[in-house]
Design a binder for this molecule. Structure first.
Ligand code: GAR
Length: 224
């Protein structure tokens, strides 16, 4: 698979660490970034993963840039694309080349708060909970079929940084967990929906911040 990342790359690192420890059976063959100084690129190089910098500033428009991403992915014989803090919108050239085979993680309990600044928006609204969502990517921004969510309580003492720290801690087990299901064929996107073990998911699997063994809903996947 390929990971696309724009920034720090802590989710990429979590995936790399799981692969190294033998608890996630995927091959991260390529890391693409749109940002020359992305720490994600350093993390990939340190793990001896091939990297590509594909910056929109080097292209005449979003279509050309998308074509370049798509070509890089197909040249590297990538099966599955993982967006991990990739802060650009993927266009039709990539979507059409990888139908149902692009995953994203977004820091909100989707469909609440698509887009940016989710932490500030949750605090401004006085929400009692916040979370992160793993979903398939479609042409609808942060709107593709949901797979799993981790939900954390928000207290009066929380600020953006405390929420970000706790949400990202959940992402670091949630994303590898879902990738394991994808790699083993347990989770697929079909008919614009998420299917787990041959059953259509009516709603995403919900976990608490305590970890993958503590789903917040009764829906519990069989052990991997
Ligand atoms: C993650 O928290 C991810 O949910 C978020 O960016 C962060 C990247 O962190 N993604 C989005 O906001 C996408 N809309 P990382 O670079 O340390 O993995």
């Amino acid at each position: 698979m390929a990971v696309l990342a724009s920034g720090n790359g802590s989710n990429l690192q979590a995936i790399i660490d799981r692969v190294k420890s033998g608890t996630l059976a995927v091959n991260v063959a390529l890391v693409i970034s749109d940002q020359p100084r992305a720490r994600a690129l350093e993390r990939a190089r340190a793990a001896r993963i091939e990297t590509r910098l594909i910056s929109p500033v080097d292209f005449s428009g979003p279509e050309d840039w998308n074509e370049a991403i798509s070509s890089a992915l197909t040249d590297a014989r990538i099966d599955f694309v993982v967006l991990a803090g990739f802060m650009r919108i993927i266009g039709t050239a990539v979507l059409d080349a990888f139908p149902g085979r692009i995953l994203n993680i977004h820091p909100s309990i989707l469909p609440k708060y698509p887009g940016l600044d989710t932490y500030a928006r949750v605090l401004a609204a006085g929400d009692k909970e916040h979370g992160t969502s793993v979903h398939f990517v479609t042409e609808q921004l942060d709107g593709g079929p949901l797979i799993a969510q981790a939900v954390i309580p928000v207290s009066k003492a929380d600020d953006e940084q405390s929420l970000r720290t706790r949400i990202q801690a959940t992402e670091h087990w949630l994303y590898p967990l879902v990738l394991g299901w994808i790699a083993s064929g347990r989770v697929v996107m079909r008919e614009s929906a998420t299917w787990l073990d041959g059953k259509r998911l009516a709603e995403p699997l919900r976990f608490t911040e305590d970890g993958p063994d503590t789903p917040a809903t009764a829906v519990r996947p069989a052990a991997t």
